[in-house]
Design a protein around this ligand. Structure first.
Ligand SMILES: [Zn+2]
Length: 180
């Protein structure tokens, strides 16, 4: 992982100038610094993060839409993004990758996947074909680069929307800014 691109947030001043005053800064203040946010009636943010069970964000109810996908791949669920923007009025999106993501290792042991899925009722052949069709598009080596690429791609289409790449460290439970 490109950890040289990560920037810690341990005080308000650590939040990058371009994020100050945005819903991303509120997320970082609430989660990392424990700043108590006001109550919200309407969401101000869309978060896309991984389905990983270790990710727990400290944010108030009603503050954000959340899409969870394997590897925090928002391009997999772009209709959710489009809906949050078109109908939810969202103008800021945090794409949150994380350390030790299972999707970086998903192609390491195809047999284990096929065996596990076949125990749910799938035939081994169907499970194998499904793995071979899906695993390559869901696997990646560097979570930092993956979310940078997504942000850069999506900014071209959603030119009025703020996209911020962040990393969640499953060891310390903190969010890190990604310096592009
Ligand atoms: Zn993950």
């Amino acid at each position: 992982m490109s950890s040289d691109k990560l920037k810690t947030v341990t005080k308000e001043d650590d939040i990058s100038p371009e994020l100050q005053g945005t819903p991303i800064a509120s997320l970082l203040s609430s989660h990392n610094l424990g700043v108590v946010m006001r109550e919200y009636e309407r969401p101000e943010l869309l978060i896309c993060t991984c389905m990983d069970y270790r990710i727990k964000l400290n944010i108030p109810a009603r503050y954000t839409f959340i899409i969870r996908t394997p590897g925090a791949n928002l391009l997999d669920s772009e209709f959710g993004l489009a809906t949050a923007v078109a109908l939810g009025g969202i103008r800021a999106v945090a794409i949150i990758g994380h350390t030790d993501c299972a999707m970086t290792k998903i192609t390491d042991d195809p047999d284990k996947f096929v065996e596990g899925l076949s125990q749910s009722g799938w035939s081994r052949q169907s499970a194998k074909e499904y793995f071979e069709s899906q695993a390559p598009t869901h696997s990646f080596t560097d979570p930092v680069q993956l979310i940078i690429n997504q942000c850069q791609l999506l900014r071209r289409r959603y030119t009025e929307i703020l996209f911020a790449p962040l990393i969640y460290d499953v060891e310390d439970g903190k969010l890190y800014q990604v310096m592009e």
